[in-house]
Design a binder for this molecule. Sequence first.
Ligand SMILES: [Zn+2]
Length: 313
Amino acid sequence: MKRSHLISLAVGAVMCAASAFAQAPPIQPVMMKQLKPDVWAGLGGSGGNSTIYIGKTGVIVVDAKQTEAGAKDLLAEIAKITPKPVTTVFLTHSDGDHVNGLVAYPANVKVIAHENNKKEQQAAIAAGGRGAPPPDRLPQQVVTKQKETMTIDGVKLELYHWGPAHTSGDLIIYSPQNKIVSTGDIVVTNRADDNPNIHMDKNGSVEGWMANVKGMIGLNADSYITGHGDILAKADLQRKLTAVTERRNKIAAMVKEGKSLEEIKAALPDTPAPGARAAAPPAAAAAAPAAARGPVPGFVDAVYAELTKKKTT
Ligand SMILES: [Zn+2]
């Protein structure tokens, strides 16, 4: 009796997994956009945006996509542009939608990331579960300084990390000769300007976010390839920085007045994402597992935690 109950549970679990798989939305094709003779953006598709630099003998990719199928789609698009192999992948941060597609890349590909990105991936692998990065594709080279310059295959790149922002291991990739910046998820266009995504569970930081955006604005750049959404100009980053600074100041004023986190959240709710779908079945479907985990901490939580931590120390 007990045993048959267990078996039916197991069968049920398999069927649930199978139906979840069957309901997974089809992969959106990546959209390739040429920015310079040897620089492309691979927008959307599976996971975050990618940047592609064609070097003398090989290809450098910034951010790998989320899934094997999505990464294969990107690699197929790259193969239409050049017969050169992908030799190097930079990661802007450790989130699976930028990392996990690495499984589809050549086995000898070199992965470069910030040292905290590698630590976050190692922690995710140790914790296990769905969404963990591929354990055999950890970064072989890590960035530890605020600025590092490297020339790979004739492509000169500057790497920046002005402290934790979206995560503790953000890395900004800048090509001075092309005036192009890959921002990672520090800058996205699928969220409101005053609502950046700060992963508190990965020690992200609102103050660090502002420092990184100021740093990116200070670069001699025309095009900012965001983590998700459209390519932006410098004025767009300035607008986001102003919006975030103003909202943070409002939160700070309420903290000073002794308001509680819940009072501040009620007074300063998140602005909906631009073009937010009024009737979005995927959001409703995603709500169930999110509810089981509890609400994900948002911008107000992050600002409040930073400001109140400071007061007591
Ligand atoms: Zn992302």
